[in-house]
Design a protein around this ligand. Sequence first.
Ligand SMILES: NC(=O)c1ccc[n+]([C@@H]2O[C@H](COP(=O)([O-])OP(=O)(O)OC[C@H]3O[C@@H](n4cnc5c(N)ncnc54)[C@H](O)[C@@H]3O)[C@@H](O)[C@H]2O)c1
Length: 280
Amino acid sequence: MAGRVEGKVAFITGAARGQGRSHAIRLAEEGADIIAVDIAEDIDSVRRFYPGATEADLAETVKQVEALDRRIVAAKADVRDYGALKQALDSGVAELGHVDIVSANAGIFVFGEPAQLVTEGDWQDVIDINLTGVWHTAKAVIPHLIEQATGGSIVLTSSTAGLKGFPGVSQYTASKHAVVGLMRTLALELAPHSIRVNSVHPTGVATDMILNEATFRLFLPDAENPSREQAAEVFATTNALPVPWVEPRDISNAVLFLASDEARYVTGVTLPVDAGFTIK
Ligand SMILES: NC(=O)c1ccc[n+]([C@@H]2O[C@H](COP(=O)([O-])OP(=O)(O)OC[C@H]3O[C@@H](n4cnc5c(N)ncnc54)[C@H](O)[C@@H]3O)[C@@H](O)[C@H]2O)c1
């Protein structure tokens, strides 16, 4: 049986681990080849919260996609560096022939202070990666999609923080709201080319980004050494459905749907995969 994205090529940023790796695997399971990029190193403003992905992580994504008998071209590139990102994409397209699906997934989570206390550096890193990096991804890929004239699907990863305010998380929340504005504008600009653009809005996802003590402390400010179990209890109170967080594959299934022809008339949509977080 043909896969749901058989014969397509997907460009995924932040593919070394977490949701990006899961998207690569899920799309490959359904027949896509993959162009994967990741910075695969620590980022200064993030290091105090959780460790960065590594080159070994990116190599593991390659291994897992190849185990599915799909092709993957992976490169180390920083989404802040437009030239490097474009080169990684262009090499992937040269090798795999085309690009049809885009997952602008790379992002960082930096938080903890009220807005007036956020440092210039922390603000800038989050905006540069979570917003400008997403624009860079779109800027690099759109000329390919228009030239191919075979349509396409671009999925921008936002967050529930792209739909609601979060005290103590101003830079991240601002960046993720801005992604929605970019998504809506791109959806209009690219509709005449049959290129669809949507955003996904996960609640907490079980990845290194939130399964760490710094994030547990955001939810349990009074606990001395908050455990995963304690954090799970508090996280669960934020969702309508009785789960503390969702799995990367839950987001991948939404990305797969938006990437597939099943969503051929879905564009400009903000799709929460949030266990009911945003209706609470
Ligand atoms: N985990 C959550 O709870 C959650 C919730 C909502 C939205 N998100 C968003 O989902 C996306 C994926 O996050 P995740 O949960 O998989 O976290 P993660 O930290 O496990 O993965 C993020 C990946 O992006 C890469 N990356 C970061 N900065 C980069 C850069 N400048 N250039 C290239 N790659 C870079 C990292 O190296 C890492 O591999 C992010 O945009 C995040 O903001 C996460």
